[in-house]
Design a protein around this ligand. Structure first.
Ligand SMILES: CC(C)(COP(=O)(O)OP(=O)(O)OC[C@H]1O[C@@H](n2cnc3c(N)ncnc32)[C@H](O)[C@@H]1OP(=O)(O)O)[C@@H](O)C(=O)NCCC(=O)NCCS
Length: 240
């Protein structure tokens, strides 16, 4: 008999997402095991996000976890056909099928270099395209009259929860405040609806990115759950 999957964890640096199929192991068994694994691999901290009001928060805080921030789930209802939003003259909407990979990489870099130069490059772009669930038609792009990728967004569809997640979305620094991101968000919602999704989801920290909060809430994506980040420093493993 093949062993059944009871629980799993996704580890991204110090940030960990855990899921369980049933109660064996318990959440705390899983947390304790993961703390040991991360510590043994040399990480100095571990962080979980839990929904505000979930009793697991209390359990983690008793174990030494401290709140270290919050994040909102902003959700669009796409059970009915969303409206389109207008674009400035000469711009058009497309997908990764309508632009070259190099044009997309340039557009992404120009959108994500406000604080430091974006490390996005061909190798990372190719890795993104190889990710399970990646769909070129769900990469929504606002294309400038000269072909520049002026705003872009990747949509990740989860058929099981009928939810499309936005990650990432950005507007080229030379094309800001023209309504392009708004039009892209509405187009993403439309593509989600056309593909059977009932929700579009994006995570946002209102304190660190108020522009994105204004963008999404102004495009019919009000806040749903609040997620609380709970972090614990891990003692250093003694060197042998
Ligand atoms: C946030 C971002 C995507 C907005 O792109 P944009 O094309 O300039 O946005 P739009 O012109 O469509 O603006 C839509 C709404 O977003 C909000 N907004 C956009 N830029 C803003 C800013 N600099 N300050 C405050 N609010 C802002 C406003 O509510 C705006 O509506 P309004 O013009 O009626 O006030 C862009 O600034 C960007 O790419 N930033 C870096 C990457 C990023 O943070 N992405 C979002 C996280 S996934």
């Amino acid at each position: 008999m093949r062993p059944a999957l009871g629980a799993f964890a996704l580890v991204d640096g110090e940030f960990v997402v855990i899921e369980r199929i049933d109660d064996d192991p318990t959440t705390i068994d899983q947390v304790a095991w993961l703390e040991g694994q991360l510590q043994a691999s040399g990480r100095s901290a571990i962080e979980f996000h839990v929904a505000d009001g979930d009793p697991i928060r209390e359990v983690l805080q008793q174990r030494g976890y401290q709140p270290s921030g919050t994040e909102l789930e902003l959700l669009a209802d796409t059970s009915r056909e969303p409206e389109h939003a207008p674009l400035p003259d000469g711009f058009r909407l497309g997908s990764l099928r309508d632009v070259s990979d190099d044009a997309y990489i340039d557009g992404h870099r120009a959108a994500w270099s406000d604080r430091r130069p974006s490390p996005y490059r061909r190798e990372l772009h190719d890795a993104v395209k190889r990710m399970p669930g990646f769909r070129p038609d769900l990469v929504t792009i606002a294309i400038a009259p000269d072909g520049t990728v002026a705003a872009c967004c990747i949509g990740w569809m989860d058929q099981r929860s009928a939810t499309l997640e936005i990650e990432p979305l950005g507007t080229h620094r030379d094309y800001r405040r023209l309504g392009l991101a708004h039009a892209v968000v509405k187009e993403v919602q439309h593509r989600a609806w056309a593909n059977g999704a009932r929700h579009v989801l994006v995570w946002n920290d209102r304190t660190t990115n108020p522009a994105a909060y204004g963008l999404y809430t102004g495009a019919d994506m009000p806040p749903g759950r609040t997620l609380v980040a709970l972090r614990r420093e891990l003692p250093a493993t003694p060197s042998s």
